[in-house]
Design a protein around this ligand. Structure first.
Ligand code: GLY
Length: 350
């Protein structure tokens, strides 16, 4: 078992290891004000772990309700959120009570935003069950729902009271979802740690899974502690995301999944930066080899012009400039602010 303490506006522990979920009653009661909670989960994850968690907490003296919604990104919507608010109200959830998010990134973002906004804020615990959620989205307090104009456009910063990452839950994860999480893991290696990058590039990551998760969470801890509200350093976590979001949008969110789109986005921006002489030549080849060995894409069938056009309304854009994250060496990211016209040349020429 590993414990990482995130010292943000609200401090909390991230517990990582095998079998953590069955010990939920050891960790959860200490961080919550009351013994009433709502488990929020989707219809894929709740049948696997929900009843067990409910029974464990009930045995520990909790009154437990469950809100289960249809799985998938389309549920990260105002419609589901309104249903959840209604459920919380009907269950007489008060400011002392809490939410437990049990599932992947969609569940964590949705439940976290409900916790940030219901009664102007109640406590919540993250129990991430996907690789992507364990290494990235459950830590750092970004919560959101999607609106028709774009993904994650309505949200809040709200740190959880606790994160329980049980690595055993990854054994039920379909391979495609596992690979998706690996896209974000490669990102952590690229932006912060060459050692982590090499561990992932070696190609037998399932033998080092816990080590990798701990390393990614510890990097995220350091970034979030430095810049909780995403005004500076935290932007490096968006490496690969500007083009990644463009890929997802161009494919109407029905093509590459998020982590895979980020993988292709990391490669495309790195290769473009090499071609334009911004970085040294050998980085994109090393990145591509790492992506290949982890079954992640490095190309997409989208024209550079479309990739550019669909990336410039990204949240990282400020007026006529855009912030692009570039890794000049493996293990170190820079935030490069450039005019949109220059960014266009970077993506479409060369
Ligand atoms: N997933 C990016 C961030 O938490 O800032």
């Amino acid at each position: 078992m590993n414990k990482i303490t995130v010292k943000a506006s609200q401090s909390y522990d991230v517990i990582i290891g095998s079998g953590i979920l069955q010990d939920a009653d050891r960790y959860i009661p200490d961080v919550l004000k009351s013994r009433r909670t709502v488990i929020v989960s989707d219809d894929n994850v709740y049948p696997l772990y929900g009843e067990k968690l409910k029974n464990t907490l009930t045995a520990a003296g909790f009154e437990v309700y469950e809100f289960v919604f249809p799985h998938g990104e389309q549920s990260k919507s105002h419609e589901t959120l309104l249903n959840l608010y209604g459920f919380l109200a009907a269950s007489n959830i008060t400011r002392s009570d809490s939410i437990i998010a049990l599932g992947g990134g969609v569940t964590g973002d949705l439940a976290g935003f409900a916790a940030a906004s219901f009664l102007r804020g109640i406590d919540y615990v993250q129990i991430p069950t996907s690789l992507l959620a364990q290494i990235d989205s459950s830590v750092g307090g970004k919560t959101a729902v999607d609106i028709p104009a774009g993904k994650n456009l309505v949200g809040a910063f709200k740190q959880p009271r606790l994160v329980l990452a049980d690595t055993d839950t990854l054994s039920t994860l379909p391979e495609a979802f596992f690979d998706d999480g690996m896209g974000e893991a490669v990102k952590y290696g690229m932006i912060w740690s060459e050692k982590l990058f090499e561990l992932i590039a070696a190609g037998n990551i399932k033998e080092h899974l816990e080590e990798m998760i701990v390393e990614c969470v510890d990097i995220k801890r350091e970034v979030v502690e430095t810049d909780e509200f995403d005004k500076g350093l935290r932007m490096i976590l968006n490496f690969g995301h500007t083009l990644g979001h463009s890929i997802e949008k161009t494919q109407n969110f029905c093509g590459l999944s998020h982590g895979k789109a980020v993988a292709a986005g990391m490669y495309l921006i790195t290769r473009a930066a090499e071609k334009h002489g911004i970085i040294a030549d050998n980085i994109s080849d090393r990145l591509k080899a790492c992506l290949d060995v982890n079954r992640l894409p490095s190309s997409v069938d989208i024209t550079p012009e479309t990739l550019f056009a669909n990336s410039v309304n990204d949240k990282k854009r400020f007026s006529d400039d855009i912030n692009i994250i570039i890794c000049k060496t493996i293990g170190k990211a820079d935030i490069v602010k450039m005019p949109v016209s220059e960014y266009r040349k970077l993506i479409t020429e060369g």
